[in-house]
Design a protein around this ligand. Structure first.
Ligand code: ADP
Ligand code: MG
Length: 225
């Protein structure tokens, strides 16, 4: 699924070079539930951008589903992203004027999937996250937990090979956050590959495996999930 070897991303600030990622290597197999954890400034967002094909590394190799990502141009990267990756963000990133169903369907419009199939997939995904009773609600008419469920449905409806979540419980209270993490565990049990990025060690412990990053370098430890 994912194979990274010696990935380097550095930023030049004046005459100083900051290694945001310093020769990072790891693998994720299909169907795994992995947490990437580390303190603020450790390189998590930089790594997520590279995993998600939003950015490319300066050195090293990244294979996503056997495809060498660093050889692609911006247009090809956009296509790889749409076909492979379901993004989930801390702030949900739903469009405020669209209802839940329309938000979930929108990425499928860009994929040129016909209307009937779009509707079928969106309804299926909304049912999977327990939002079937809220399909006509706009984001501001839903709780934070419901908005995050809607964002997860939007990711699922694309049938991604990888679900990539950046601090998905960061804006939620403890109990709602736990419900969202339980949903990720269910999605994992159904065969989805999930990568969860978080600074919160109790959130990370819900994954099968943890990859810890600090000062742009990684080390691995086992989780209890
Ligand atoms: N655009 C940028 N320009 C310069 N330095 C950056 C940039 N983005 C990130 N960094 C630096 O790279 C390091 C890793 O940042 P980041 O990946 O955002 O960490 P995290 O998400 O774990 O908080 C930090 O030292 C940060 O200051
Ligand atoms: Mg970050």
């Amino acid at each position: 699924m994912i194979r990274m070897s010696n990935i380097v991303k550095k930023y030049v600030m004046g005459d100083e070079e900051i290694y945001a990622l310093d020769h990072v290597s790891f693998r994720v197999k299909p169907g795994e539930f992995v947490a990437i954890t580390g303190p603020s400034g450790s390189g998590k967002s930089t790594l997520m951008n590279i995993i998600g094909c939003l950015d490319i590394a300066q050195e090293g190799e990244y294979f996503l589903n056997g495809q060498p990502v660093e050889s692609y141009d911006q247009r090809q990267l956009a296509r790889i992203r749409n076909q492979n990756i379901g993004f989930i963000f801390q702030g949900y990133n739903l469009l405020p004027k669209l209802n839940a169903l329309e938000n979930v369907e929108l990425p499928l419009v860009y994929q040129n999937i016909r209307a009937g199939e779009r509707r079928r997939r969106a309804m299926e995904a909304l049912e999977q996250v327990g939002l079937k009773g809220r399909i006509r609600h706009r984001p501001q008419e839903m709780s934070g937990g419901q908005q995050q469920r809607c964002a997860i449905a939007r990711a699922l409806a694309q049938h991604p090979s990888l679900i990539l979540a950046d601090e998905p419980t960061g804006n939620l209270d403890q109990k709602t956050g736990q419900e969202i993490l339980t949903l990720f565990s269910h999605l994992h049990a159904q065969g989805n590959t999930v990568i969860l990025i978080t600074h919160d060690t109790s959130v990370a412990a819900r994954a099968q495996r943890q990859i810890h990053i600090e000062d742009g370098k990684i080390d691995e430890k086992e989780g209890n999930g």
